[in-house]
Design a protein around this ligand. Sequence first.
Ligand code: GLN
Length: 490
Amino acid sequence: MSLPTPSGDLHWLTAAEARRLLDSKAISAVELTTAHLDRIAAIDQSLNCHISTFPELSLEQARSADERIRRGESASLTGIPISLKDVLVTTGTKTTAGSKILRDYESPYDATVVRRLRDQNAVFVGKSNTDEFAMGSSTENSAYGVTRNPWDTTCVPGGSSGGPAAAVAAGEAILSLGSDTGGSIRQPAGFCGIVGFKPTYGRVSRLGLIAFSSSLDQIGPFTRSVEDAALMMEAIAGHDPADSTSAPMPAPDLRSGLTGDLSGIRVGVAEEYSVDGMDPEVAAAVDRAVDSLRQSGAQIKRVTLPHTRYALPTYYIIAPAEASANLARFDGVKYGLSIQGSSLREMYEQTRGQGFGAEVKRRIMLGTYALSSGYYDAYYVKAQKVRTLIKQDFDLAFQDVDVIVAPTSPTVAFPFGARMDDPYQMYLADVFTIPANMAGIPGISVPCGFSGTLPIGLQFLGKAFDEATLLAVAHAYEQSQPWWKQHPAI
Ligand code: GLN
């Protein structure tokens, strides 16, 4: 565990702290960016958080940010160093999705979230590592090498957004963006001891997010504090006419509700959020968190979510089914890698055979099978019906409570290789995060303690489009139990 941070370290600032220093001219965006680029140069060789960096471009963005600040026109993220998960298409640099098939791909347009950050003159320090096409729970499925957990470099950072999570945890960026289809923001945030927030489905535009499972994917932030998650959400959320699944609602005001007050808040605890093989230290940390919420004035109530145990198997029908359709576009013609053959069919086979890794192929096969005629009703349609039941569980529970509290994952970070031979064990890392994606509701992971040197994540789930209450409760918890102020010794 680390000692308290010396206050001079620019790479441990929150975005809110950095904003004050930038606007008072105590530091410049160029200094702040340089501090992060230096940090990346010093430690990323051992952590491998980033697939690509582009220091010249970053410094150019920092100079524009400084000019804007000089004019007194700064927005909340002007000059703030941010890392982008490499599934967000970004002009001026490559976007690989962690796959060989997109090794040299450059997008002709920016994802909507990327454009919104550019509009604020934020600074991009790099594109961060991910399991191939965001399929995985450990970042071991990246074609660009594993990312190491900054708290213990023999362990995984979680996944699929291991790169952006570890980058914020290690001080390589102040903020980052990830994507969460079944837990890929919350679970790596938990494993890396930072805040990870998955918004309500539809709250943030998915335009320019390389699609894995379109009805489940959501983009969201990794941050050190809940306040920073609110800041980032205010910047990226809100209707995008170019994404038909984006909700026609403006970006919500999230910061004004961060009062630290829990009185009158009803917090649900569900017995279903416990499984065989659960780490007793995780369970104990969550129990202590519930006690602390009670002491801070929250009312703790039992709720029941009886279909929870079907979420994981249902997810592994729906997500691969949608993935198999989404990944059909990588055919050697439209994007990236193209390996010629003597026929069109051979070109497809060669390109896809060599371009995709083992887990992606497994998902394409599972999904194609589930969608094939004769099995479609038995698997895919049935899974969609079960999905409705999971959503109804939450609708009912949220009649009695404002948020639900649960562990983020049943264990802390595990060693490299520990689950690679057993996909089912790997899939279990997301057993507590997947239900929120199935129901489309928002969820956040905040640090709630340690097991040895490894962080433990606490998850709060909220009502659809009520991010304000969810963040207010997570913020109040974080104020009373400031685990987030600890940093790894790297
Ligand atoms: N680990 C889960 C999977 O492999 C979730 C991934 C994600 O949220 N992108 O599908």
